[in-house]
Design a protein around this ligand. Structure first.
Ligand code: NAP
Length: 674
């Protein structure tokens, strides 16, 4: 049978395998399946193509335009996911595994698309935090801004998630406005290649924004400069080697590493075998051991349980593992497929043997297990070890057998449990199954510094919880130390890995123009008509309405108190109010001031303002006493188009008294028709 020819996409063209190509075997038969790699790939031309063509094209788009592109790409991938499933079985993955890799990857892209639209501006600059007041009179301010790096992101991915691994990096990279060169692990690159083909053939991506290296990457890393990023996922050994590339060190190239880690799951000391948490723990452990045949960076490698529960847990986990049918991942009744290759199988068995020097295997024999598949495939059974002395053991805390292999250990008390967990020297995730929030708090305080994520589950959350092993696009993924010291995803945080944060200092007028957002102190534009009569498109940033003043009387305050029921003493009792350190005597309700402000600035007739959707950052700065006169300044601060029909207008609202002292300030949110 002829081998599948897996191409690279370089400098705008598909390049088939050539000199130096490697043969990739099927995980489920061990027979040659595909060929990939070509040492003739021109790394410099690929980098130039990304930097000179892809980067400028992406940077010309706003965050919202890029987010829309991501959504469309995710839709195209979703429509064609059956083809990805069909091919992916060859990596040894089951249909359930595909849901994590393929559907999980597409879902991640959808989340970034939606976060890009909702949490980032329809602009080219992302503002990080608020304006910083750097001077007494407010004529000199500071603002942190983020702009896209002007180089290229090199994504080097692990074999276990050929689709998710690519998309979880690609989505934030493209959203940032940075082109990517994706280098999947060779063993499963044929699945990535198909996903890249689907995206490129959609015509949605600007030229140069996505290239692919199937096979070796040549000397590309030696050619990186200060505007480039390497985002690596794989083993600690490879990460250590690559991050020492002289060009990466010399040019301070950002190197984000997601490595292997010896993740743990702790059973709380409060959990007895009859509690719902006990079953939950056993289920999570068994699932984490066998999903993707244990080839998950987040899999539970160390199972940490109270000493009194050791035998109960061994029995319960073993009972579950007995039910795991192993074999051809295409078969409906297969629960666990194959490892990615026979080389990987040899590696897992060698690592399991190392662990076996310190722990007894209590479940799973690689030389004797029931197999419903080709014996030449890379199949192994789940293997559970029990280590009786986790304090002196070393291998169980530092050896990652990247397969269905976990070690169980007993702990004396919660401090001991955390000590054992922290001996992983930095993990992607530790889970804790407990119903006691004090136990949860203790573990977070003592193990937080050693973990990128802590997953707590109990009877209250188990129906909706997402699983110990699932990194979510909303939450950061990564971990300290052994786990690589990197961080990915976490919503907009993940986009920042591909942008430069710059502290910009200058006058309000400068900052308002740079950020596309009005800043107090920046020039006002006198509105040509009442701003509520002007459409979203017509309104200009800085457009301002000043209202007439209104005197606040004691009658107003009493009327408002009776009408709303808010008869708090500060509004009703002169002597009591005067005893309060904040008030000179009876004062107006803050909510009365807000209501009067609305009455002052509103334009009552039907017009482009569709709805008031909220109010941010409300501050009452000075009390208003009967007889004071308040007036309002209403300024267009920021505009964000929501769809073809309307957009959000954020107004800066300041209430001042007769002495021009600010008494209240807030941001008003409205939806306005275009
Ligand atoms: P690996 O052997 O370290 O390879 C990772 C990637 O590095 C592959 O794409 C590999 O390409 C590439 N690579 C290796 N040597 C290179 C070199 N000299 N120059 C450029 N690229 C090079 O890891 P793996 O076996 O694919 O994946 C398994 C490991 O990844 C496990 O340890 C697992 O824990 C870890 N992992 C971590 C995460 C996470 O998010 N933290 C996620 C998944 C997996 P080739 O395949 O072409 O050699």
């Amino acid at each position: 049978m002829s081998l599948h020819q897996i191409s690279s996409f370089a400098n705008g063209a598909w390049v088939p395998p050539g000199p130096g190509a490697r043969t990739i075997a099927s995980a489920i038969t061990g027979a040659p399946f595909a060929s990939a790699g070509n040492t003739d790939l021109d790394a410099q031309a690929m980098l130039d193509h990304a930097r000179d063509i892809g980067g400028p094209a992406l940077r010309a788009l706003t965050f919202h335009q890029r987010a829309k592109m991501l959504k469309a790409l995710a839709q195209v991938l979703s429509e064609q996911k059956q083809a990805l499933y069909d091919l992916s079985f060859e990596t040894g993955a089951t249909q359930k595994d595909h849901l994590i890799d393929i559907d999980g990857g597409i879902g991640t892209m959808f989340v970034f698309a939606s976060k890009g639209r909702r949490e980032m501006p329809d602009a080219h600059v992302y503002l990080d935090g608020d304006v910083e007041q750097l001077s007494r009179n407010g004529t000199f301010l500071g603002q942190h801004v983020c702009t896209p790096l002007q180089g290229v992101a090199i994504h080097i991915n692990a074999f276990n998630f050929p689709v998710w691994g690519m998309l979880e990096k690609l989505a934030p990279t493209l959203l940032a406005g940075v082109p990517a060169i994706v280098k999947p692990a060779t063993n499963s690159c044929y699945v990535t290649e198909l996903a890249v083909r689907i995206m490129l053939e959609s015509g949605l991506l600007p030229d140069g924004s996505l290239q692919l290296v199937s096979g070796g990457i040549g000397d590309m890393l030696d050619r990186l400069g200060c505007q480039d990023v390497v985002s690596f996922t794989g083993s600690a050994d490879t990460a250590l080697k690559l991050r020492q590339t002289p060009a990466i060190l010399q040019n301070s190239v950002r190197f984000v590493a997601e490595q292997d880690s010896l993740n743990a799951s702790i059973l709380g000391s409060d959990v007895t075998p009859d509690a719902p948490e006990f079953d939950l723990f056993v289920k999570e452990v068994a699932r984490e051991m066998t999903t993707k045949a244990g080839q998950k960076c987040t899999a539970i490698r160390r199972i940490i349980v109270p000493e009194t529960q050791v035998q109960n847990v061994i029995d319960a986990v073993s009972a579950r593992l007995t039910k795991v049918t192993i074999g051809d991942p295409r078969a409906d009744d297969t629960r666990m497929g194959a490892l990615v290759s026979n080389a990987q199988k040899a590696d897992v068995l060698a690592k399991a043997a190392l662990i076996g020097q310190e722990a007894n295997r209590v479940f799973g024999d690689p030389d004797a297990f029931e197999l419903n598949g080709d014996p030449n495939g890379a199949f192994v059974p789940p293997m559970l070890f029990h280590c009786t002395d986790p304090d002196t053991a070393q291998r169980v805390h530092d050896t990652e057998a990247f397969g269905p292999v976990s070690t169980l250990m007993g702990y004396r008390d919660l401090n001991h449990a955390v000590e054992i967990a922290n001996r992983g020297q930095g993990s992607l995730v530790t889970s804790l199954i407990t119903h006691d929030p004090q136990v949860a708090r203790d573990v977070v305080l003592k193990a937080g510094a050693y973990n990128g994520r802590i997953y707590i589950n109990d009877r209250d959350s188990m129906a909706e919880s997402t699983g110990h092993g699932s990194p979510l696009p909303h939450m950061v993924h990564g971990g300290p130390g052994r786990a690589g010291g990197g961080e990915e995803m976490g919503g907009v945080r993940g986009v920042m890995h591909y942008m430069q944060r710059t502290a910009v200092q200058g006058s309000p007028r400068m900052l308002a123009t740079i950020g596309g957002k009005w800043v107090p102190g920046a020039p006002e534009i006198t509105t040509p008509a009442h701003p509520f009569t002007r459409s979203f498109d017509a309104l200009e940033i800085g457009e301002t309405l000043h209202t007439a003043p209104r005197v606040v009387t004691l009658d107003d305050i009493e009327h408002f108190a009776r009408f709303t029921g808010d008869t708090f003493y500060a509004h009703m009792d002169e002597a009591a109010a005067a005893r309060n350190p904040f008030f000179p005597g009876r004062v107006a309700h803050g909510y009365l001031l807000l209501s009067f402000a609305a009455g002052l600035f509103v334009e009552p007739n039907e017009g482009p303002v569709l709805a008031n959707t909220g109010l941010d950052g409300l501050r009452f700065m000075k009390p208003v006493v009967p007889g004071d006169a308040i007036k309002v300044r209403l300024t267009v601060k920021q505009k964000t188009q929501r769809n073809e029909e309307y957009g959000e207008v954020r107004w800066h609202v300041t209430l001042t008294n007769q002495d021009d002292e600010p008494v209240a300030e807030y941001e008003l949110l409205t939806m306005c028709a275009r």
